[in-house]
Design a binder for this molecule. Structure first.
Ligand SMILES: [Zn+2]
Length: 276
């Protein structure tokens, strides 16, 4: 599933390819995505210009002339790419925007857990996103993060997957951040000391920053906005490396199920904290 670094890469790739272009037409497939497509949107999109593109958490926002916002979520297998209009069309295309300059902006999604939604204005877009999303990993408030983590008996893995604590972190980067911070995924928030909380916060920022530099992780269907894959999958320290040596100590990485998800960790570097 695309997480923040992958979504950020899509946005950065698309920016030079779509900003300033006008929507000439929209084609929508028959099969529904996670959220329904309103047939009236086709008319409302005709003739608008894409003024900018940005990201919030794992969500992509296109700012359209006239004030409307297109909100895109890649779900599990979504691909959002800009290609020449003449480029061969793959299967599983769900929404195709024909843009000026012989460019098509294509939303493709094999499993259809993603969504493409048009909202009337910025306030509506932000109201729906800010209600469920905490701070971005680059500006986590230290005191607020400390209070949120140590104030709950939930496991660290569950906490990191909670988008209201930090936006954009999913299974991959939760495992990578915990390995970097030398914290076990089953350790509980209440068990952490202030230095450990700080280490976790810094690890989240570092992992996400590094992954963006590598254009995210291509483990299944993910490609950036220009169709190029990511490279961070070659840098995983824990995620998906069950049985392989920990890059820090050499002990084999283990896997445990936490918060309903597979969690990969080093039993040597990431000991479960003793209850205080
Ligand atoms: Zn280790």
């Amino acid at each position: 599933m695309p997480e923040l670094p992958e979504v950020e890469t899509v946005v950065r790739d698309l920016r030079p390819l779509v900003v300033g272009r006008t929507v000439l037409g929209v084609e929508v497939g028959d099969r529904a995505l996670r959220k329904p497509w309103d047939a009236a949107w086709v008319g409302r999109l005709a003739g608008v210009t894409i003024e900018s593109i940005r990201r919030r958490g794992k969500w992509i926002l296109l700012d359209l002339s006239g004030g409307a916002r297109l909100i895109v979520h890649l779900g599990m297998t979504g691909q959002f790419t800009a290609v020449p209009t003449l480029a061969l069309r793959p299967d599983h295309l769900h929404v195709v925007f024909t843009l000026s300059g012989l460019v098509e902006l294509r939303y493709r999604d094999i499993r259809r857990f993603g969504s493409v939604v048009l909202v009337a204005d910025e306030a509506t877009a932000m109201a729906s996103l800010d209600a469920k999303l905490g701070p971005e990993p680059f500006d986590i408030p230290p005191d607020g993060f400390h209070a949120a983590v140590t104030g709950t008996a939930r496991t660290l893995k569950a906490l990191l997957l909670d988008q209201s604590l930090v936006a954009g972190v999913g299974n991959i980067y939760a495992d990578e951040a915990l390995h970097r911070a030398k914290l076990h995924p089953e350790t509980r928030g209440t068990q952490l000391t202030r230095p450990q909380v700080n280490r976790l916060r810094e690890a989240i920022t570092a992992v996400i920053t590094h992954a963006i530099e590598k254009r995210g992780s291509s483990i299944r269907d993910y490609v950036g906005g220009s169709g190029l894959k990511g490279g961070f999958q070659d840098e995983f320290r824990a995620y998906g490396r069950t049985g392989e040596p920990c890059p820090t100590c050499g002990v084999p990485i283990e896997r445990v199920r936490v918060a309903g998800r597979s969690s990969h960790f080093c039993p040597q570097c990431q000991r479960v904290a003793k209850s205080r």
